[in-house]
Design a protein around this ligand. Structure first.
Ligand code: FE
Length: 201
């Protein structure tokens, strides 16, 4: 599917808009012979496809690589890259002791990267003092930076947060954070690497 979009990289934005308009007109003519329910469904599909092309066309069509290229390594390779404590958190889903990490009270302006792969995960703009002893954020830099998975334990249900690039375990997200999201991304310091940026995202 993605390779189909790369065929369109020879078109600029205005040409893609014209193409979308043309496809919409052709499909509208085609649906005129269908039943009302089929017409409605097909128009919705065309609308979604058209909007996807318009909104994401630049990243699909300018020849860039996909937004997030996965980093896949064996456990043996990760053991060479990470410290034993980082490996325990990132690959064995461990948790550092509260107030033991470098960043729970860190107030610098910049970006917190994944210590395993360099993926930019959180901005200091969304960091807040949760009082828990772990660095806390109310949102990642963007939703494609992290991946969330439900955990179903015997006594509690939690949502795990992982790096969407290398699948490192980062921490958990809870629904008791501040506005505007009311989420609390509770992240282990050991799997973060702070990079100072004056004009952070
Ligand atoms: Fe990562």
């Amino acid at each position: 599917m993605m390779t189909d979009f790369f065929v369109l990289k020879k078109f600029d934005r205005s040409q893609r808009y014209a193409l979308t308009f043309f496809v919409e007109k052709v499909s509208s003519s085609f649906v005129s012979v269908l039943t009302p329910i089929a017409k409605y469904g097909l128009k919705k599909i065309c609308l979604v496809l058209g909007m996807t092309l318009l909104l994401n066309g630049d990243s699909f069509c300018n020849g860039e690589k996909p937004l997030l290229e996965k980093v896949i390594k064996s456990n043996a390779e990760w053991k060479k890259i990470l410290t034993p404590k980082q490996y325990y958190i990132a690959r064995e889903k461990g948790t550092e002791r509260a107030f033991s990490g470098e960043y729970h009270d860190h107030k610098g302006q910049g970006v917190y990267q994944c210590a395993a792969c360099g993926n930019e995960l959180f901005s200091s703009k969304t960091k807040f003092d949760s009082g828990t002893g772990w660095p806390s954020f109310w949102a990642p830099i963007s939703q494609d930076k992290v991946r969330e998975e439900k955990e179903h334990g015997f006594f509690m249900k939690r949502t795990e947060v992982l790096c969407n690039r290398c699948d490192a375990h980062l921490g958990h997200v809870f629904e008791d954070g501040p506005a505007p999201t009311h989420l609390r991304y509770c992240i282990n310091s050991l799997i973060l690497k702070f990079v100072e940026k004056k004009e952070q995202k």
